[in-house]
Design a protein around this ligand. Structure first.
Ligand SMILES: Nc1ncnc2c1ncn2[C@@H]1O[C@H](COP(=O)(O)OP(=O)(O)OP(=O)(O)O)[C@@H](O)[C@H]1O
Length: 565
């Protein structure tokens, strides 16, 4: 804008111009033109024109400015004509008063003795343009310098800020490193404490392991003593197993009223009418797994390897878990029957180390509608004959078992042959009594002792009430037979308990087959009474428990080892 004004030729005295314009023009006027001028500048006295000093005190040409370099000859019209020491009249503004014309002091080197050159207007114009360009350049440089200055200022401020920030970061870093050191110390302390606690725990674990082992030993010793007492007394062992509620039952049944006052006791919490507490050899609550149930009875089964007749009978109302307890499912769900096979093989191997040799053979049969059938021989009929208080099973096949893995095949054959029918009470209720018999021959060459014992694992059919089951026709007949055989069984036990001279074992096929287990024989017998946990079945469950209590008091005579003569 300054440039444009100048190009238009509207030159004015600097004092009359805007302060900004004056400021912008100051440097070229003060520095370059005056010091380099070779020819004396024309004064108003010689040229008739006014030369004005701005507030800088430097001369400024009003119309045609003189070239500012010594190399440029001044135009002749501008040469001084009257005096060799020209005086430049300039307007000075004083701080105290208005601007006045003063005689400018002679400028050294500019006027004194300097030749005066006359310059053509075109050259002057060129010079003027050059001067303008230079002024422009100077202004731009000044601006640049100012901006650089600003930048430097900003940068130095930034540097200050960065310094501050660095300082505070340093402080923070020191704090963090102190904290880190503190944490390191803490970690070391905690590690030490952890090590100490580990050592204490290990010590405690070893101690409790010892205690558990001692407890196990004591429990085993107590169980053995108890078994011996039961053997001496010749009683039936009775255990109770309460199954868990099935999912479908949980949805409709309220919390079970069955309670467990101790590890071998059970009671029914019926509010105003408490049932009292029943005590048995063992009470398996719903949390007992198949494996833990077996672990509790394996010693009893071992007696069969030692030459004793052993009978283990699952009893209970329909759907109470008898088949699950005896046969079970696959893998972890395996019941007592398949587990017995692996147990007997393992234990016999141990005894073989002491010179014993064992032979096993299996017979599976079922009693359906008071008839006996061979489960391993196409369901053929088995004839029962009683000879001197001993039952003979004519037609029942015996299957040698030389390796444990053969057991699964035999069980599958028997499963297929078992009669099952659906009823309202239990969808897959088994309708027959299943008896799995092991004949075990043992011989010890060194002593010449040999024994022949029988192990009977019995899964009884479930009792059920005709009214509840709603069965008719063939199933009603089945149910009547089942109930009759079970009621004869109960009668036999009651009479045996009462030491009656006549016990009606002959009345049913089931009681004939179980005769040796229930009294007239030399058998160690255990009954597992299965209980349905649902409150709707509480009456039936209580009836089973009461019968179990009676069985427990039944004297069946002490078992003796079945030595071969
Ligand atoms: N301890 C248990 N854990 C889990 N489920 C069980 C248990 N006992 C029984 N059950 C389940 O309860 C249902 C009835 O059991 P189970 O068939 O063994 O009864 P049951 O007394 O043999 O019946 P029935 O006399 O009519 O043959 C089955 O579905 C079985 O899987």
């Amino acid at each position: 804008m300054n440039y444009a004004r100048r190009r238009s030729g509207a030159y004015r005295p600097l004092a009359a111009q805007s302060p900004k314009a004056t400021a912008l023009r100051r440097p070229p006027v003060r520095a370059t033109p005056l010091s380099r001028v070779a020819a004396p500048l024309p004064s108003s006295a010689t040229t008739g024109r006014h030369s004005t000093l701005g507030h800088t005190g430097c001369p400024t040409l009003l119309k045609a400015p003189v070239a500012s370099t010594s190399r440029v000859a001044a135009p002749s019209s501008l040469r001084p004509t009257r005096q060799s020491t020209p005086t430049i009249l300039a307007q000075r503004s004083t701080p105290h008063g208005p601007t006045r014309n003063v005689a400018a002091p002679p400028v050294a080197g500019r006027v004194r003795g300097a030749p005066t050159a006359t310059r053509p207007p075109s050259e002057l114009s060129q010079l003027k343009d050059k001067l303008l360009l230079l002024e422009q350049e100077l202004i731009s440089k000044t601006d640049q310098l100012k901006s650089k200055d600003d930048q430097i200022k900003m940068k130095s401020e930034l540097v200050e800020m960065l310094k501050d920030s660095l300082e505070s970061t340093k402080i923070k870093l020191e704090t963090v490193s102190m904290e880190r050191d503190t944490l390191k110390d803490l970690v070391t302390t905690l590690k030490d404490q952890l090590e100490q606690q580990k050592a204490t725990i290990e010590k405690e674990a070893a101690r409790s392991k010892d205690l558990i082992e001692q407890l196990d030993e004591k429990e085993a010793a107590m169980r053995k003593l108890h078994n011996d007492v039961v053997d001496l007394r010749g009683q039936i062992r009775v255990a109770v197993r309460v199954r868990p509620m099935l999912k479908t039952e949980e949805e409709v049944s309220s919390a079970s009223i069955i309670e467990y006052p101790s590890t071998n006791a059970i009671s029914f919490n019926q509010g105003a009418k408490p049932s009292g507490t029943f005590t048995f050899e063992k009470v398996f609550t719903p949390v007992f797994s198949q494996q833990s149930v077996f672990a509790n009875i394996e010693d009893f089964i071992l007696s069969a390897l030692h030459g004793y007749n052993v009978g283990l009978i699952a009893f209970g109302q329909t759907g109470s878990g008898k088949t699950h307890t005896m046969r079970g499912g696959e893998a972890d769900d395996e019941g007592i029957i398949p587990r017995t096979a692996s147990y007997l093989f393992n234990e016999s191997k141990k005894l073989e180390a002491t010179g014993w040799k064992f032979e096993f053979s299996l017979s599976f049969m079922e009693i359906y509608n008071n008839e006996a059938f061979d489960l391993l021989n196409n369901h053929s009929i088995v004839k029962l004959r009683l000879i001197n208080h001993t039952v003979s099973l004519d037609g029942l096949t015996e299957h040698p078992l030389t390796k444990q893995s053969d057991m699964a095949g035999l069980l599958n054959v028997a499963d297929r042959n078992r009669k099952t029918a659906a009823t309202k009470c239990n969808e897959y209720s088994s309708r027959s009594h299943a008896i799995y018999m092991w004949k075990i021959k043992a011989q010890q060459r060194s002593t010449g002792i040999s024994t022949s014992s029988v192990l009977k694992l019995v899964d009884l059919a479930g009792s059920e009430r005709a009214k509840e089951s709603g069965v008719v026709g063939q199933q009603f007949k089945e149910m009547t037979n089942i109930n009759q055989s079970l009621s004869v069984l109960q009668k036999c036990i009651n009479m045996q308990k009462a030491k009656s001279t006549h016990v009606p074992y002959r009345d049913t096929k089931l009681t004939q087959v179980l005769m040796d287990c229930l009294g007239r024989g030399n058998s160690k017998t255990m009954v597992v009474v299965n209980i349905n946990p649902c409150n709707e079945q509480a009456v039936e469950s209580k009836r089973s428990i009461e019968f179990a209590a009676k069985m427990r008091e039944t004297h069946i005579g002490s078992a003796v080892q079945q030595r071969d003569l």
